[in-house]
Design a protein around this ligand. Structure first.
Ligand code: G3P
Length: 220
């Protein structure tokens, strides 16, 4: 499974990118607003050091303007994925932009039927928001499983990009459900590596090693 970082905070992306575990970045209008920066400036800064897909979302709601905005955003770099909402206007824009061989990430997906339509519209990525479904007591994981089965039934190449990830259990469960990508907020990505028994075990190893008096690298 690929890991994208779900933020527009460049420093947080840079810190995680250095681990070699970051395959891309997703942003949305709320994350851009939170960054306090102009979308083209922040997306270009990210795209200049993260080679993977960088999602930048259009703001228009009509297909012709979405297409114009998407083409404008795609000028930033070849690794830009244009994000459009899962509406009929968004699907029309998705078809037009994917026909131009541009990456399109169809976002705000909350049902398997929506995901089926996005795949038929040529989406490169579909973004089901699992956290927001669970907020209303619906089955976010079941949605990932349903989309996976439908896409595999018909050989759709659209990648399932699990979004609205709120904790480590979400990451594990979307991986179990067969998502191609999880887009994860920076702190959750950092927390994935942590386990108290790892810390405890390492402390014990280091204490016992120190008691041997050995060094692996002799001082030159
Ligand atoms: O990529 C979508 C994500 O940013 C939404 O997350 O927690 O606002 O539902 P959340």
């Amino acid at each position: 499974m690929k890991f994208f970082v779900d933020t527009a905070e460049v420093d947080a992306i840079r810190e995680l990118f250095e681990t070699g575990l970051v395959d891309g970045v997703t942003t949305n209008p709320s994350l851009i607003a939170k960054s306090g920066r102009l979308i083209k400036d922040v997306i270009k800064e990210i795209a200049d050091f993260v080679p993977g897909p960088i999602s930048a979302e259009v703001a228009a709601t009509d297909a012709p303007t979405m297409i114009k905005e998407g083409l404008h955003l795609s000028e930033i770099g070849s690794n830009i994925a244009i994000k459009v909402p899962l509406t009929f206007e968004g699907l029309k824009a998705c078809r037009a932009l994917s026909d131009r061989n541009l990456m399109v990430n169809v976002t705000l997906c909350f049902s398997a039927n929506q995901a089926l339509l996005a795949a038929k519209a040529g989406a490169s990525f579909i973004s089901p928001f699992i956290g927001r479904l669970e907020d209303i007591d619906e089955d976010g994981m079941g949605l990932i499983e349903d989309i996976r089965l439908i896409y595999d039934n018909y050989g759709f190449e659209t990648e399932i990009l699990a979004a609205s990830i709120r904790n480590g259990a979400h990451v594990k469960n979307v991986a179990l459900a067969g998502a191609d990508v999880a887009t994860v907020p920076p702190q959750i990505l950092h927390d994935l590596v942590k386990h108290p028994l790892t810390d405890k075990g390492l402390d014990a190893f280091l204490k016992d090693w120190e008691s041997t008096g050995q060094v692996i690298l002799s001082k030159e």
